[in-house]
Design a protein around this ligand. Structure first.
Ligand code: CMP
Length: 143
């Protein structure tokens, strides 16, 4: 069973989309292993998005993530990274298919509701960045 890191961004929390998003993942059969509501510290947000450092949108992206509460989560399941990426939909709004979270709920690339790890390596790195080991209850998840 793999793990992935998912964050509902400030716009998703502010718009009251937390329950809907969690329900989609639960109905798909994924298991929630960790969850916290947090206003990110700038240093953590910078590290989270470090692959985008130097890009023109990076400072705004970091500031935006720190602008209010996010819901940080760890989800578990078979092929969880690929499955959640598909459920989240494409980053560019015009390319996110209806039926995906972004395709149904977002219209702006900078306010796209949700983040999901894009590989197993990113998932490991992001889970470690946002959670202490003892906060992740993956060993209790039944297949
Ligand atoms: P996310 O999946 O969190 O990963 C990186 C984020 O950067 C992405 O969602 C978008 O919110 C944001 N992003 C990517 N490209 C751009 C862009 N060209 N302009 C503004 N924001 C972007």
């Amino acid at each position: 069973m793999g793990l992935t890191f998912i964050a509902i961004k400030p716009d998703g929390v502010h718009r009251g989309l937390v329950g809907e998003i969690i329900a989609r993942f639960e109905k798909r059969g994924l298991k929630l292993c960790a969850l916290k509501v947090v206003v990110p510290e700038k240093a953590i947000a910078e590290k989270h998005y470090e692959e985008h450092a130097g890009k023109p949108f990076y400072p705004g992206l970091v500031d935006y993530l720190c602008s209010g509460p996010i819901v940080a989560m760890v989800w578990s399941g078979k092929d969880v990274v690929a499955v959640t990426r598909k459920m989240i939909g494409a980053t560019k709004p015009a390319q996110s298919e209806p039926g995906t979270i972004r395709g149904d709920l977002a219209l702006d690339m900078g306010r796209n509701v949700i983040h999901g790890s894009d590989s197993d390596d990113s998932a490991q790195r992001e889970i470690k960045l946002w959670f202490k080991e003892e906060e992740v209850c993956s060993k209790y998840v039944k297949a």
